[in-house]
Design a protein around this ligand. Structure first.
Ligand SMILES: *Cc1c(COP(=O)(O)O)cnc(C)c1O
Length: 367
C-alpha cells in the first residue's frame, strides 16, 4: 500500500516522527504525487493561512491518484469550495460555543470535561469541526494552562471523566503526555480519561512506540475514541495500531462523521462498520456533519443518515450499529436519531415494522 513512497526505508516509514516531519504542506510538494485539479490548486492557495493543509505520507499513500473524488483525497486536500462565498455564508466558526472560561476547556455535561491539548494535527481534515483553530498555528498547551485546567477539575467534584482532544492530543511528546495524565490522575474523583485521537487513521506509526504505550497503560483506565470515516482507511498499519492499544487494556471506539461524497452511501457505511468490527473497534457514533464555517459543503440530509441507519439494521452485527446523532447548536447537547419502527399503538398493542420487511402486531402487556 506504500504507493508513492515505495523507496522510503521501512525504518523511516514506521517512524511517527518521520511521518510528521515529512508532511506534505505545499501545492508544489503535493503536485509531485497527484495531478491536482484546478479546484484543488485554487483551494490550496486560497485556504493558506486560514485552513492550511498538512498530509502525512502515510495518509497520502492511501489516495488513488487517478480519482479526483477519492474519499481520502476529499478529506485531506483543500478545495476552493471551502472559502467560496456560498460556503462561507453558512455555519459558524464555533457553533457549539466551546470557548469557555479556561483556555481549552468545555464543560457542557456535568460529569464530563473536554480539554483541547493542542492545535497541532498530523493531517488537517477538511471537514474538521474545529477548523477555526487551524489559523492559530501549531501550539500545544503550556504547563501553566494544563495546571489551570487541573485546578478546575479539583474544584468540580461532579467531573468523572476527562476528554482529551485537540488538535491531536497524542501529538504531544511522551514527556508532556506523562505530565498531563499524571496531573489528571492526582484528582481522585476523575474516574476515566478518554482520548480523542485520529492518529490510528492518519499516522498509526505513533502507536509503534512502546514508551507511549507504557505511559498510557500506567494511567488506566483510558478509553480511546478514534475517527475512521471510510473502509479504505482500515489498513494493516491502522489495525496494528488498534491491536497495540487493545493489548494494553484500552478499548477503542469510533466516531464517524456523515460526509457528502465520502461516506453518504449505505454500502460504504456497511463496509466501514464491518471492517471496524473485524479490527475490534466498536462504532459508537455516526455524527451528522456540524454547521461549521468552511465545511458546510460536506453536509448531507438527515434523511440520508436515517436511510443509512435503516440499511445497516439486520445486515451487520448489533455491535456494529452506531448511534446516529446531531449535536445541537449553542452547546445544547447531542441528540440520537433513529428510524422509527413503531407505526401504531392501541392500548398495549403495538404495530412494528420488521427490519426484515412487513408489519408485526405485538401485544406487550406489563405488570
Ligand atoms: C460530545 C461531547 C462530550 C462527550 O459526549 P459523549 O456522548 O459522552 O461522547 C463531552 N463534552 C462535550 C463538550 C462534547 O461536545
Amino acid at each position: 500500500m506504500r504507493g508513492f513512497f515505495r523507496n522510503v526505508p521501512v525504518r523511516l516509514w514506521h517512524s511517527y516522527h518521520w511521518q510528521v516531519q515529512n508532511r506534505i504542506r505545499t501545492k508544489e510538494e503535493l503536485e509531485r504525487y497527484i495531478k491536482l485539479t484546478k479546484e484543488e490548486k485554487e483551494g490550496i492557495e486560497k485556504t493558506a493561512g486560514l485552513y492550511p493543509m498538512a498530509i502525512t505520507p502515510y495518509y497520502l499513500s492511501l489516495i488513488n491518484p487517478e480519482d479526483p473524488q477519492d474519499p481520502i483525497r476529499l478529506q485531506a486536500v483543500p478545495r476552493a469550495l471551502e472559502v467560496d462565498e456560498k460556503t462561507q455564508a453558512h455555519g459558524e466558526p464555533d457553533p457549539f460555543r466551546e470557548e469557555g472560561a479556561i483556555p481549552g476547556l468545555t464543560h457542557r455535561y456535568p460529569d464530563r470535561a473536554l480539554f483541547t491539548l493542542t492545535t497541532f494535527c498530523a493531517v488537517y481534515c477538511r471537514h474538521c469541526m474545529r477548523k477555526r483553530i487551524f489559523k492559530e498555528g501549531e501550539r500545544a498547551r503550556t504547563k501553566e494552562e494544563i495546571d489551570l485546567f487541573v485546578e478546575y477539575l479539583k474544584t468540580h467534584e461532579e467531573i468523572r471523566e476527562v476528554l482529551l482532544s485537540g488538535g491531536e492530543p497524542l501529538s504531544l511528546s511522551n514527556e508532556k503526555l506523562h505530565y498531563v495524565l499524571s496531573r489528571i490522575r492526582d484528582v481522585p474523583h476523575v474516574e476515566i480519561i478518554r482520548i480523542g485521537t485520529r492518529l490510528p487513521v492518519l499516522a498509526p506509526q505513533r502507536f509503534y512506540d512502546d514508551e507511549l504505550l507504557d505511559i498510557l497503560e500506567k494511567h488506566a483506565p483510558i478509553w480511546i475514541n478514534t475517527h475512521f470515516n471510510h473502509p479504505r482507511e482500515i489498513t494493516e498499519e491502522s489495525a496494528t495500531a488498534v491491536e497495540k492499544l487493545l493489548r494494553r487494556g484500552m478499548p477503542v471506539n469510533n466516531q464517524t462523521v456523515l460526509l457528502k461524497g465520502i461516506n453518504d452511501d449505505p454500502d460504504v457505511m456497511l463496509r466501514l462498520m464491518r471492517e471496524l468490527l473485524r479490527i475490534k473497534v466498536r462504532p459508537v457514533y455516526l455524527f451528522h456533519c456540524d454547521p461549521v464555517k468552511g465545511a458546510i459543503h460536506f453536509r448531507t440530509s438527515v434523511e440520508k443518515g436515517l436511510e443509512i441507519m435503516e440499511y445497516l439494521r439486520g445486515k451487520v452485527s448489533g455491535m456494529g450499529i452506531p448511534t446516529y446523532a446531531v449535536d445541537l447548536p449553542g452547546g445544547k447537547g447531542k441528540v440520537p436519531l433513529s428510524p422509527s419502527y413503531v407505526l401504531d399503538k392501541e392500548g398495549d398493542t403495538y404495530v412494528f415494522r420488521s427490519p426484515f420487511g412487513g408489519l408485526v402486531e405485538y401485544a406487550i402487556p406489563h405488570a
